[in-house]
Write a protein that binds this ligand. Structure first.
Ligand code: UD1
Length: 420
């Protein structure tokens, strides 16, 4: 199995180009199922999750040509509407095909995503909303079996809790439904916004994009014709590189970033002592020799993202004082804590709270990645630690970070991919 060997203690310098956002690309790839014409997607990140979802489209009968950052997709020939366990179990986001398959083909079967390292992550809100739109849903043999023989109907959906994937599934379902769907308490994440814009640019009347109330007038079964969609920059990848600079007390430049999307992590890093220069879509971070502690709470966008919690915790391990980190979105998203402690961090957990007592130095050790963002926190810790750290189970990193070791090497990190 691959692992990363990292020799810590080296400063970073130079610039890194941020890739397209995985979490924007996934729903957009699923949305191509709403079309029976050619669709071109550009600026895709070159990561395993994208390849997994494109493979699912191929298994359903779609025609996919994929070359690193570009995919040409034609879903005219879809001849199966069953998303099998083999794929869905690899990546929970495959549930995003539920809405588009059901609305276009009037029936589908999607494997239940099952448990997940960062918490229970149910899909009850996705299913309830589709039922409100007229779907008949049963769970049998580990699959969600959904049908809507006369097509889905517009409905008034109010989510009890903000859900990114739930909002995306309903937006896609509503696009081909019969009548108008209103979504209240919709997610505001930039990835949801890009999906809505793509569907709007295909001629669907969507009002309220970027707000918590979306109104979508469906085409009553008429498939869409999409324009070429250029995936937005990955705000989580960008935030991760900013943390890499902060934890190594370095100055680096990030290219191709949407500054608006990373305001909250930037504000936190400013309070921790970093300063920034922004020029168009480039941002340069200047990091101090002494990082100040922080207090952060993860919330929905535009609040502080849960997907950046682990990386900020890594930075907090070397801060001058005690940081408090509260995880409000996922109940089990602190698995990086014990591994960071193996590097010499001093972190204490109580329920959804972590108290991070800053230490003078981290020291290299063998650590194990548990989920995507937890893995990146371990890489950050390793960059700052004295000596060698081996980060194992890096298939988690490969799911979501485009060429992480290549990009970090270009910044001067001593990082090598090795095999056991
Ligand atoms: C998406 C992101 C993920 C990010 C998360 C929160 C993608 C592919 N993934 O995940 O990286 O961490 O948003 O920003 O975009 N919930 C329910 N029932 C449901 C659906 C969700 O209880 O039917 C709960 C979840 O367990 C969680 C919360 O709602 O506690 C938010 O989850 P949600 O926004 O749906 O996350 P994902 O779309 O799965």
């Amino acid at each position: 199995m691959d692992y990363l060997e990292i020799e810590g203690g080296h400063k970073l310098k130079g610039s890194v180009t941020i890739s397209g956002a995985k979490n924007a690309a996934l729903p957009i790839i699923a949305a191509t199922l709403l079309s029976d014409k050619d669709v071109k997607l550009t600026n895709l990140p070159n990561v395993v999750d994208i390849r997994t979802l494109l493979k699912l489209l191929t298994m359903l009968g779609g025609d996919v040509k994929h070359n690193d950052t570009v995919a040409d997709i034609n879903n005219a020939g879809i001849n199966s509407t069953k998303a099998v366990y083999e794929i869905v179990s690899q990546m929970r986001a495959s549930i995003l095909v539920l809405g588009p398959l059901l609305t276009r083909f009037k029936h589908c079967e999607v494997s239940l995503p099952g448990g997940c390292a960062i918490g229970q992550r149910p899909i009850d809100m996705h299913l309830k909303a589709l039922e409100q739109m007229g779907a008949i849903i049963e769970i049998k043999g580990g699959y969600v079996r959904a049908e809507a023989p006369n097509g889905l109907m517009g409905a008034k959906i109010e989510f009890d809790k903000i859900t990114v994937g739930g909002t995306e599934n309903v937006v896609m379902a509503a696009a081909l439904a019969n009548g108008t769907t209103t979504i209240m308490n919709a997610a505001l994440e930039p990835e949801v916004v890009q999906l809505c814009e793509m569907i709007r640019d295909a001629g669907v009347d969507i009002q309220g994009i970027g707000t918590s109330e979306l109104t979508i007038v469906g085409t009553n079964g008429v498939p869409l014709e999409f324009k070429t969609t250029d995936i937005i920059p990955d705000r989580i990848e960008a935030g991760t590189y900013l943390c890499a600079a902060a934890i190594t007390h370095s100055d680096i430049t990030l290219k191709k970033v949407n500054i608006e999307h990373i305001k909250s992590p930037i504000a936190k890093l400013e309070k921790m002592g970093c300063t920034f220069d922004v020029e168009n879509d480039n941002i340069t971070i200047h990091s101090p020799e002494v990082i100040k502690p922080t207090h952060l709470i993860t919330t929905e966008y535009p609040g502080f993202p849960t997907d950046m919690q682990a990386q900020f915790m890594a930075v907090a391990t070397i801060a001058d004082g005690e940081s408090i980190i509260e995880e409000r979105l996922f109940e089990n998203r602190f698995m990086h804590v014990s591994e960071l402690n193996r590097l010499g961090a001093d972190i204490w957990l109580k329920g959804s709270l972590a108290a991070v007592h800053g230490v003078k130095e981290l020291n290299g050790a063998d650590v194990m990645a548990t989920d995507l963002r937890a893995s990146s926190a371990l890489v950050l810790g390793a960059l700052a630690a004295n000596g060698i750290t081996n980060v194992r189970r890096i298939y988690h990193l490969d799911r979501g970070y485009d060429n992480l070791e290549g990009k970090l090497s270009l910044l001067g990190a001593k990082i090598t991919r090795k095999k056991d």
